[in-house]
Ligand binder design. Structure first.
Ligand code: NAD
Length: 248
């Protein structure tokens, strides 16, 4: 039976690369997006052209009703969900602690933390309801920043990713007996629009010489780690973390 996966923030970047790879591997893919419906529809069209199944799903992951409706629409159209990639996230410009506003901190936490919780909750509810089923798999996309702290740059973002790490550990233990695995990928500096649109344009090229592998990563390289953790190849792996960070 075709496995159904939801990838959040899948209209571009790491989410897009992950959606395309999972479709190649035979998953039917829910392509979640926030605003850019044209880009999400392009991802869907590319998957369908290659003979796969996909559906674009608009929802703000930080809004509970939108998340619940998105999971319902996904299952109505593609079938019962068995996998989730929590990927959608935001990063703002570099700032010191004195420059952080409550508004910014709340925005980062509601998207990067509340959003991940809500999607995990909906996925677990739906997978766990199907007693005797095949279980399921969740991968949370965190960041190398969760362990580095990102001082003077993005400590709000780093702290939100620290929460994603702890969510991964706790949820993995909570749902292990239900056959649901929960793992995490921590990307390093990856060439996506995240830095260009929210953080510091050109950041990856600025810092790459300081990275052990001397280069930034491509979204497709992160997608490979996500896909492995999500797959049956990782059937005895839960509560685990893979750094896709060039040795950082
Ligand atoms: P990106 O900005 O290209 O993509 C993020 C996507 O998430 C965007 O399409 C955006 O619209 C979507 N999104 C944001 N808020 C949303 C919301 N409330 N609801 C639904 N969608 C929302 O960034 P990316 O680099 O592809 O990042 C993907 C993930 O990887 C993020 O969780 C990010 O924190 C993490 N990450 C990225 C890097 C990097 O260097 N690019 C490093 C470490 C971790």
């Amino acid at each position: 039976m075709t496995k159904v996966v939801l990838v959040t923030g899948a209209s571009r970047g790491i989410g897009r690369a992950t959606a395309l790879l999972l479709a190649q591997q035979g998953y039917a893919v829910g392509v979640n997006y926030l605003r850019d419906s044209a880009a999400a529809e392009l991802v869907v069209a590319q998957i369908r052209q290659q003979g796969g199944k996909a559906l674009a799903l608009q929802a703000d992951i930080a809004e509970e009703e939108e998340v619940v409706a998105m999971f319902a629409e996904l299952e109505t159209t593609l079938g019962p969900i068995s996998a989730l990639v929590n990927n959608a996230g935001i990063l703002f410009q570099q700032a010191t602690i004195e420059q952080l506003t409550a508004e910014r901190i709340n925005k980062v936490l509601t998207t990067n933390v509340t959003g991940y919780f809500l999607c995990c909750r909906e996925a677990v509810k739906r997978i766990a309801l199907r007693h005797g089923g095949q279980g399921g798999s969740i991968v949370n996309v965190s960041s190398a920043a969760s362990r580095l702290g990102a001082p003077w740059e993005y400590i709000d973002y780093a702290a939100s990713k620290g929460a994603v790490d702890t969510l991964t550990t706790g949820l993995a233990l909570e749902v292990a007996a239900q056959g649901i695995r929960v793992n995490c990928v921590r990307p390093g500096c990856i060439y996506t629009e995240m830095h260009a649109s929210g953080g510091e344009p050109g950041r990856v090229d600025r810092v790459k010489s300081a990275l052990p592998m001397q280069r930034g990563g491509q979204p497709e390289e992160v997608a490979q780690a996500v896909a492995w953790l999500l797959s049956d190849a990782a059937s005895y792996v839960t509560g685990s973390f893979i750094e896709a960070a060039g040795g950082r």
